[in-house]
Design a protein around this ligand. Structure first.
Ligand SMILES: [Zn+2]
Length: 138
């Protein structure tokens, strides 16, 4: 079985006592009180980091949503009646071009924001689990 080191995130064998890359103890079965304390401190830091990722992701999502509204309005405005009374897209209008640019940025914001939120949630749950697993072993 292989897993990822919780410190350096490199893929390692499951049965090792220390990580061959960062030399940290990764077998949590026989931790001293001090080691458990340090492990939990590390996990709490990572959980805080995960929370920051989520906040960051939410900020990007909100910015993306605002840009989406502005972009959609601009696109709507660029859809005008021509001389023959038909509604057409004016591809060369400033509104259309800016609208498309804003919607592209929206797309980037939402993808990036979503990715940040998911990775933040995963980080939080992963390190919470480690704390729970090591909490009652004395
Ligand atoms: Zn490591």
């Amino acid at each position: 079985m292989k897993k990822r080191c919780i410190y350096c995130h490199k893929v390692i064998e499951d049965n090792l006592e220390t990580c061959p890359y960062c030399q940290k103890k990764i077998d949590f079965n026989n931790l001293s009180e001090q080691e458990t304390h340090e492990l939990h401190q590390y996990c709490h830091n990572q959980i805080t980091k995960g929370g920051d990722y989520i906040d960051n992701g939410l900020t990007f999502t909100v910015i993306g949503a605002i840009l989406a509204v502005i972009g959609a309005v601009l696109l709507y405005v660029s859809n005008r009646y021509n001389n023959y009374g038909k509604r057409i897209w004016i591809f060369t209008s400033v509104e259309f071009i800016v609208g498309v640019v804003l919607l592209s940025i929206t797309f980037g914001c939402l993808v990036y924001g979503g990715f940040r939120i998911v990775s933040g949630l995963l980080k939080k749950s992963q390190y919470k689990k480690i704390i729970e697993q090591t909490a009652f072993k004395k």
